[in-house]
Design a protein around this ligand. Structure first.
Ligand code: SF4
Ligand code: SF4
Length: 58
């Protein structure tokens, strides 16, 4: 079980932040910050990312 991001690929578009039902993502200047305690690994953020910077494995 894992949630991963490549913050070098990330465009800082905020799409993943707006769709996360658990509010587990936050957009900072350095990239996306993920709260593993809130995340349910639903995979929605992975699907909306235009550059496939997020990888979710159940
Ligand atoms: S996998 Fe689901 S719960 Fe976890 S950060 Fe992405 S959208 Fe949020
Ligand atoms: S959707 Fe992808 S490109 Fe946009 S902020 Fe999230 S990780 Fe970055």
């Amino acid at each position: 079980m894992a949630w991963k991001i490549d913050n070098e690929k990330c465009l800082r578009c905020g799409a993943c932040v707006s769709v996360c039902p658990e509010l587990a993502l936050e957009l900072k200047e350095t990239g996306i910050v993920h709260d593993a305690k809130k995340c349910t690994l639903c995979g929605i953020c992975e699907k909306v990312c235009p550059v496939r910077a997020i990888e979710v494995k159940k």
